[in-house]
Design a protein around this ligand. Structure first.
Ligand code: SAH
Length: 348
């Protein structure tokens, strides 16, 4: 059995090689990309500027995309979560978020996760597989399909779905370069954010790529003993290594970084934590994004009260920290990372 070549997410050199093997000139690759990424067409028969013979050849030798949407949940605010199944039982989720500045897609970079953060649904069943760059790009494809009837398109990417993007470094970087390609989705690098649990050598490597993407770092605790408990990665890369790497990233790229801080009631949401957090980020060109915890069935952590969230934010502001509160989108659909996949697999 010969498997057909998946052309979705294929970088330009490989795509032109593919057409060259069919005896076709380079401009065919450009035309194909227009059909696929601009018009969302996957049926070669509809690619009307291709000769009939080429359309047949393509149908025999190639496909556009290898996954399918197996579940979908929408919230009244327009937040839509898709579960996509790829071959080999790779199931991932992505979440379409409607902001006033446009549509953001929250992407998965792995199936499962190795980080093992104590509060997160994604790591509960451990790690299953890395996603390929093409599988990451295909999430954008399905999101745009979903958005087409609303005359919308994905304009921003955040690598904040399932997985640790910096633990799948080359595929994630390739997917970013592809998504940014003018002939592909043409998403500006400034509209792309990578969120990491704090893999220090990868942060340092990313700084050298010279890409104006935004780095978000999941901090969640300002003291090592607490961060060790919540995020095992801290035992390998403690705050004394992480914070300088983030500072250097901001200096080298001249991009504001984001510190994400999930508030867990009674755990990391007290004034002492706010004070320590302010000390830690002082002098770094950074925003702190406060995220009230999205409760996960089966895990003991709780969302703090609105009052506690406000008190925490005010304490940071008094210290001159630039704080944003993450607006909760799609609470009805369990949009927190890993939740839909768990349900589909019957673990909730
Ligand atoms: N592995 C990367 C990106 C994936 S998670 C990282 O750790 O940054 C994206 C963000 O969601 C992280 O800040 C993560 O800690 C946070 N998160 C995970 N589960 C959550 C939950 N139930 N409620 C709120 N935030 C959560």
């Amino acid at each position: 059995m010969t498997t057909k070549r998946n052309l979705l997410g294929l970088p330009w050199p490989a795509l032109t090689d593919f057409f060259a093997d069919l005896g076709q000139p380079e401009y065919r690759a450009r035309q194909l990309m227009e059909w696929v990424y601009r018009h969302g067409v996957s049926d070669f028969e509809q690619m009307t500027n291709f000769p009939k013979k080429l359309r047949q050849q393509l149908a025999e030798a190639a496909v556009i995309g290898v996954g399918q949407v197996i579940a979908r949940q929408s919230a009244p605010d327009g937040t839509t979560k898709l579960a996509i199944a790829f071959p080999d039982d790779k199931i991932v989720e992505c979440v379409i978020l409607n902001y006033h500045h446009g549509v953001t897609l929250c992407l998965s970079s792995q199936v499962g996760c190795k980080m093992g953060c104590a509060f997160c649904a994604s790591g509960l069943e451990g790690f299953a597989a890395d996603l390929t760059a093409a599988e990451i790009i295909e999430q954008i494809w399905w999101a745009n399909k979903e958005l087409a009837p609303r005359q919308q398109r994905v304009g921003h990417l955040v690598y904040m779905g399932m997985g640790e993007p910096l633990d799948n470094y080359s595929q994630v970087l390739n997917s970013i370069r592809m998504a940014n390609n003018k002939l592909c989705y043409n998403i500006g690098l400034r509209n792309i954010t990578i969120s990491t649990a704090g893999i220090v050598p990868a942060i340092r490597q990313l700084a050298e790529e010279n890409l104006p993407i935004t780095l978000a770092v999941s901090l969640h605790a300002p003291m090592d003993y607490l961060r060790d408990q919540l995020m095992p990665v801290n035992r390998r890369y403690p705050l004394s290594k992480l914070i300088p790497a983030v500072r250097d990233y901001a200096v080298a790229t001249r991009r504001r970084v984001t510190f994400e801080y999930v508030l867990l009631a009674g755990v990391n949401d007290q004034l002492v934590h706010a004070e320590k957090l302010a000390d830690l980020v002082a002098g770094i060109m950074a925003d702190v994004n406060v995220i009230p915890y999205n409760e996960v069935a089966g895990l003991p952590w709780q969302t703090p009260s609105e009052g506690q969230v406000r008190t925490f934010i005010r304490a940071l502001e008094r210290r001159g920290v630039a704080v944003t509160l993450r607006r909760e989108l799609g609470p009805e659909i369990e949009a927190a990372c890993g939740q839909l996949r768990r349900r589909l697999q019957g673990e909730e």
